[in-house]
Design a protein around this ligand. Structure first.
Ligand code: PPS
Length: 571
């Protein structure tokens, strides 16, 4: 079995065509080729295939390699490869493609990034892939969720030929291909380099432990954060990179460098750790720092971690020689107050005062604008994080009303809007059901599909408003729980989401019948009317529930204001 040995400085598989060939392809062939518009994750994968970070791969895996990687973490050639890199496409697209065809791979703006010779096309068993690669079919695992709910059903395998690298408008100088970074190391005379992988901001403890790792390996240090895709809810990479730049100033000069990695993480734990090591080897590193629960996806549906905290270390150790990049297990450090320094946890003495601040306590303090001690993080890092994550009373939020027609949503929403305008802390936008139907969704009917579209549009606009720190008040019927959940997710990523269920019973709404629609629905003139012949799914986790039978709009609005105050969104 041929082991993958690639000595430092060894040959990389860069897959870009020479410029003249790329120009020929662009001019002659590309317009006639079937085009696949790459998803953001596929752009990341293709980027790393083309620039050599995924060496020795020469394209997206074919079926035999895929099966072999799933089962035994090896390509058919015997080379160690832990996670399948596949091109998943829609069935309608795959139906047009025959094996032997060449297809164009384009980014979201239609730019031709590469062409691919399709050697194979097959329909994988994605649940089995999840089991074999990630050890679970539980879709709370992000990679399993992707496989089961987002990936296209057909895989295309074949060699890729790069035409032009994907364009990035941000941090261009910090994005390097493996050969560029190897060139930098050569220029600097760095013979040993230890890489640190991260998807989080760095605080003092990280700076300490990375520097110690470098010193102990007698190597220079590469801070190599992922800026492609990581876990939802992570801090955006713009903020993180500004933080990394500040932390870089804290290392002794000439010891450490920073480069950004456009990897789409799978959060695949131990197997992904091996992939991280292979990538760093390709980037010219000699050592790789492996953390506790490295690339871990968090907890499963039952609250248990998917992988053990040291599974990644164990798997790495079994393959370390073959990987030919030395593992540096993270050594936990703690702040010892009486000595005013960080020390490895196993070097503290009885009587030492050890200071701790958990991740969740740190987030709470950040969220509430409270003090964060200097021993924990660098003031410049904290300032960046505070700027990106203002306290709740400066964040945007959406108040999302839901309830039957005639339940009183619009009246309360209007009363609430006036009170919030009076408060004056942020701009307020009202997206009432009728206003939206007139201005944003005038072509839509009341079919289930169109109602979903209508609510998603409201969710989109409200999430933009929230992102820009305004207040969106939405008041549609929004009868389906799944769609309300989607909107909650869309908006919570940017600020507050407060669901208000106006629970006025059907009989009361019907007896009011302000628009005469209930009568028409009963008479069968209006079809698919919510509550009559179309379902209303009662919310189970609304932040506020109000029933307008025994509560005026004014009092209902007041109750919502109190909740907003309690949650910290207004003062
Ligand atoms: S949805 O389901 O959220 O997309 O509905 P929404 O956009 O809020 O629109 C609700 C208003 O449209 C009128 N209307 C109907 N409602 C429910 N079902 C049917 N079939 C229907 N046809 C028209 C109704 O007056 C709703 O207004 P409100 O303000 O809720 O009373």
């Amino acid at each position: 079995m041929g082991a993958f040995k690639q000595p430092h400085g060894g040959e990389l598989k860069e897959l870009y065509l020479p410029e003249h060939r790329a120009d020929e392809v662009k001019e002659a062939d590309a317009a006639d080729l079937a085009s696949w518009d790459l998803t953001p994750r596929q752009v990341c994968d293709l980027d790393l295939l083309l620039n050599g970070a995924f060496s020795p791969l020469e394209g997206f895996l074919g079926e035999a390699d895929y099966e072999s990687v799933c089962d035994s973490m090896r390509l058919q050639s015997g080379v160690l490869w832990p996670i399948p890199v596949t091109l998943d496409v829609a069935a309608e697209f795959a139906d047009q493609i025959g094996t032997g065809d060449t297809i164009a791979l384009r980014d979201s703006e239609g730019v031709l990034i590469a062409v691919m010779e399709v050697a194979e096309r097959w329909t994988p068993d994605r649940e089995s892939e999840a089991q074999r690669v990630y050890g679970t079919a539980d879709d709370t695992h992000p990679a399993v969720d992707y496989l089961l709910h987002q990936a296209g059903p057909v895989y295309l395998g074949g060699k890729v030929y790069g035409i032009e690298p994907p364009t990035f408008h941000d941090f261009k100088l910090l994005r390097d291909s493996p050969s560029e970074l190897r060139g930098r190391f050569r220029k600097l005379g760095w013979r040993k380099v230890v890489a640190f992988q991260t998807r989080n901001p760095l605080h003092r403890a990280h700076q300490e432990l990375t520097f110690r790792a470098a010193r102990e390996s007698e190597a220079n240090l590469l801070i190599h954060p992922v800026v492609g895709m990581a876990k939802s809810g992570d801090i955006d990479h713009f903020t993180r990179v500004r933080c990394y730049e500040h932390v870089l100033e804290e290392y002794p000069e000439q010891t450490t460098t920073l480069s950004l990695l456009n990897l789409a993480m799978r959060m695949g734990g131990p197997r992904e750790t091996l992939l991280h090591a292979i990538i760093r080897k390709n980037y010219g590193c000699t050592h790789f720092i492996v953390g506790r629960d490295h690339a871990g996806p968090g907890d499963d549906r039952s609250g248990q971690p998917f992988y053990g905290p040291y599974d990644a270390h164990e798997l790495y150790r079994r393959h370390e020689e073959e990987l030919d990049i030395t593992m540096v297990p993270i050594k936990e450090v703690v702040y010892v107050e009486n000595k005013a320094e960080y020390l490895p946890a196993d070097e503290t003495e009885p009587g030492d005062t050890i200071m701790e601040l958990s991740e969740s306590e740190f987030s709470r303090r950040l969220q509430e604008g409270l003090d964060i001690p200097e021993w924990f993080s660098f003031p410049k890092v904290v300032a960046e994080l505070r700027r990106a994550h203002p306290p709740r009373h400066e964040q945007g939020f959406a108040v999302f009303f839901t309830g039957l027609s005639g339940s009183g949503k619009s009246t309360i929403a209007n009363a609430l809007m006036i009170k919030l305008l009076e408060d004056g802390s942020r701009p307020v936008t009202l997206l009432d059901g009728d206003i939206v139907r007139k201005n944003l969704s005038s072509e839509l009917t009341f079919s289930a599909e169109h109602r979903d579209l209508n609510i998603q549009r409201i969710g989109f606009v409200a999430s933009e408003i929230t992102k820009n720190r305004g207040i969106a008040i939405c008041a549609p019927i929004a009868p389906y729980a799944r769609t309300r959940r989607l909107v909650r997710e869309m908006i919570s990523a940017h600020g507050g989401f407060i669901e208000v269920y106006v629970s006025t019973p059907l009989e009361v709404c019907e007896s009011r019948d302000r628009k005469g629609l209930y009568a028409k629905a009963r008479a069968g003139i209006v079809k698919g009317f919510t509550g009559i012949d179309d379902p209303y799914e009662t919310p189970e986790r609304a932040e506020v529930v109000v029933d307008t039978q025994d509560l005026s709009a004014d009092l209902a609005a007041h109750r919502i204001l109190i909740t907003l105050e309690k949650l910290g969104y207004i003062r």
